[in-house]
Design a protein around this ligand. Structure first.
Ligand SMILES: [Zn+2]
Length: 235
């Protein structure tokens, strides 16, 4: 068990693990660990109970904003949001939803790199709870086993369906691919737009954020360049 996971299980409360104040974090997009910070009691209640609580609290938010929830258009929103949070956009918080991965023997003896590019994903910024919209490009070099292509997409989608920062999303995908494929030879590059940057705050609509992880053979120039040129970012 890694250090931060041990800490997660021994410290009673989330607040006690935070070492930065909200003012220090401000609008900066920093992440505190590779693992998503989760409470030890994260799954002590059922999904049904979570939806009921979120519905209740979201109604409070809407009413606090002054909205009249007797309006036909608004009255179903708290329930809709709760269902969407638990079953869809934050379903990747629950390890029970992690895609199971079947590996196949590399019978073709293909030993080049396999690149799955332009995997479109939607995530949400954990600092503002507004969308991150992007594309992930992932690659691996087989260590003797191969993975079904759709599983690469599913792994990206699973980690995207959490409140995220892009750096952590990149690392979580890379680490999971290394684990399931049993190789260090993994590359992950993510190019994404953060709506908290483009639609509010600094209101920069043209920038996007690129993060990358290169492991094993991809730390060497040849493999890294092949990957980068294949996804259209190389020389
Ligand atoms: Zn944000």
């Amino acid at each position: 068990m890694k250090l931060h996971e041990t800490m997660l299980n021994t410290l009673p409360d989330w607040e006690e693990r935070i070492t930065l104040t909200d003012e220090e974090i401000g609008d900066e997009h920093i992440s505190t660990s590779v693992d998503t910070p989760m409470r030890a009691d994260a799954f002590a209640i059922s999904d049904e109970e979570k939806k009921a609580r979120i519905e209740f609290h979201f109604r409070q938010i809407m009413e606090t904003l002054g909205l009249d929830l007797r309006d036909d258009s608004l009255k179903g929103t708290p329930k809709r949001v709760a269902k969407m949070y638990v079953e869809e956009i934050f379903s990747g918080l629950n390890p029970a939803n992690k895609p199971s991965v079947a590996l196949f023997e590399n019978k073709y003896e293909y030993n080049g790199m396999l690149i799955e590019k332009d995997i479109a994903f939607y995530s949400n910024c954990e600092h503002h709870f507004v969308p991150i919209i992007g594309k992930a490009h992932v690659a691996y070099i087989s260590s003797g086993q191969v993975i079904g292509l759709s599983k690469l997409n599913r792994i990206v989608q699973y980690f995207a369906k959490r409140p995220q920062v892009q750096e952590r999303l990149t690392m979580q995908i890379a680490r999971e691919l290394q684990r399931v494929l049993g190789t260090e030879d993994i590359a992950v590059l993510i190019d994404a737009k953060h709506l908290c940057v483009s639609s509010r705050g600094i209101k920069d609509d043209s920038s996007s954020t690129v993060t990358s992880y290169f492991g094993g053979a991809f730390t060497k120039d040849g493999a890294k360049q092949e990957f980068m040129s294949c996804i259209g970012l190389g020389k």
